[in-house]
Write a protein that binds this ligand. Structure first.
Ligand code: FAS
Ligand code: PHB
Length: 389
């Protein structure tokens, strides 16, 4: 089979890129290792920057998002004694949209069927060939039958554990990484959220986040040591710890209920350079990972796709290579600024085992400064709503 672009991975990056290229009349095939149901079963991001909202609107797929999504003008930082409001709309001129990644993925998947976007699920042993040439190809097995897809370009949207990044030679690629000494234990429950907006709390016991998926479905997280397992945290123990870390004022409004989902995600900061090698482009988690504190993971996948789709459309429709030649440096400039913000907020809001009491007092002092500084709050607001493309 021959096509213009083979996209590996049907997560948000792969599906958004596939739709944007298909909409421009460029031939694409998306290869996904898992079933559609498995992809939808992953509970991940909850906050959409305007860049993600705009892409979904550009595809004409925003109806449900605008109907069911929750626009939020601000969020809170809590230090155990008070709630510090960061009013993004007032300080930085924009809000964010609360709409789960699962719902974004569902909308994109449903539209693939309706628009004839070619997605092959349960594609096994996806392998990339001749990526440093103008005639790359991808092989895979489906229902026991081997297939080969010849293409002009390959887009590696296969996440942190996918094969695309691995084919870039060690002499060409370089990884930058910081692994955090803790993870996030998340719980999803069909109970009303404890507050209208998100609350990020730094408590002596550790970080906690009160988020949501809708006015009837809450999403919470607490920082846990990497040695913890989900079975160590029965619902009651988790609800008790959340009430403690979020503080008595917030806990009063917390409604408990059975976990629909409970999982522990490790935290890391990771960037791989370059994001292009020959005819292979990386986009989304295949190239970078951020700790979810800044709600940037999904939104960085969106900005990569915004840059890459424009560059590929320029190549196929106008024969111009400037976009694809500058994609890596353009995307990485925004990636690193989001990495910086995510690392900064993670460092401010989590308890680090070797930081001791001095580190804790410095965190409390910084939160105290933020509480009284419009400039500090504006910096946080600008980064949280997402820097311009
Ligand atoms: P994805 O990982 O979503 O998608 C990659 C796809 O490629 C997957 O469907 C995978 O099955 C497929 N794939 C992998 N190997 C393949 C192969 N060999 N062949 C074919 N297909 C293959 N971000 C936030 O902003 N907030 C959060 O709270 C948050 N929580 C997260 C929790 C967890 C546990 C994880 C892992 C990530 C979280 N993220 C969060 C980040 C997450 O939302 C990602 O940024 C987002 O999914 C990025 O989308 P993609 O780049 O499409 O990668
Ligand atoms: C979520 O609702 O899953 C969420 C929200 C904000 C974050 C991380 C996760 O920073």
């Amino acid at each position: 089979m021959k096509t213009d672009v083979v996209i590996i991975g049907a997560g948000p990056a792969g599906l958004m890129l596939g739709h944007l290229l298909h909409q421009a009349g460029i031939g694409i095939v998306i290869l996904e290792r898992k079933s559609a149901a498995h992809v939808l079963s992953r509970i991940r991001a909850g906050v959409l920057e305007q860049v993600t909202v705009d892409l979904i609107d550009q595809l004409g797929l925003g109806d449900r998002m605008h109907k069911e999504g929750l626009p939020h003008d601000g969020f809170f930082l809590a230090d155990g004694a008070r709630l510090i409001h960061i009013n993004m709309t007032e300080l930085a001129g924009h809000n964010v949209m609360i709409y789960g990644q699962t719902e974004v993925t569902r909308d994109l998947m449903d539209a693939c069927d309706a628009r004839g976007v070619d997605v092959i699920y349960e594609a096994e042993d996806v392998s990339l060939h001749d990526v440093n040439s103008d005639t790359p190809s991808v092989t895979y097995r489906k229902n026991g039958v081997e297939h080969r897809l010849n293409a002009r370009f390959i887009a590696g949207c296969d996440g942190f554990h996918g094969p695309s990044r691995q084919v870039i030679p060690a002499s060409v690629g370089k990884a930058y990484e910081r692994v955090y000494p803790f993870g996030w234990l998340g719980i999803l429950a069909d109970v009303p959220p404890c507050h209208e907006e998100l609350i990020y709390a730094n408590h002596a016991n550790g970080f906690a986040l009160a988020s949501m998926r809708s006015k009837t479905r809450a999403r919470y997280y607490i920082q846990v040591p990497l040695t913890e397992r989900v079975e160590d945290w029965p619902d009651d123990r988790l609800w008790d710890e959340l009430a403690l870390r979020l503080g008595p004022e917030t806990a009063e409004h917390m409604t408990r209920g059975p976990a629909l989902e409970k999982s522990i995600a490790p935290l890391r900061s990771f960037v791989f350079e370059p994001m292009r090698y020959g005819s292979l482009f990386l986009a989304g988690d295949s190239a970078h990972i951020v700790p979810p504190t800044g709600a940037k993971g999904l939104n960085l996948a969106s900005s990569d796709v915004a840059y890459l789709s424009k560059a590929l459309i320029q190549f196929f429709k106008k024969g111009l290579s400037e976009g694809i030649d500058t994609y890596s440096q353009t995307a990485l400039a925004r990636v690193w600024k989001s990495e910086r913000f995510s690392w900064t907020l993670t460092t401010l809001m989590h308890r680090f085992p070797n930081e001791g009491e001095f580190g804790r007092r410095v965190q409390i002092a910084e939160l105290d400064y933020i509480a009284g500084s419009r400039a500090a709050q504006t910096t946080i607001a600008e980064n949280y709503i997402g820097l311009p493309l």
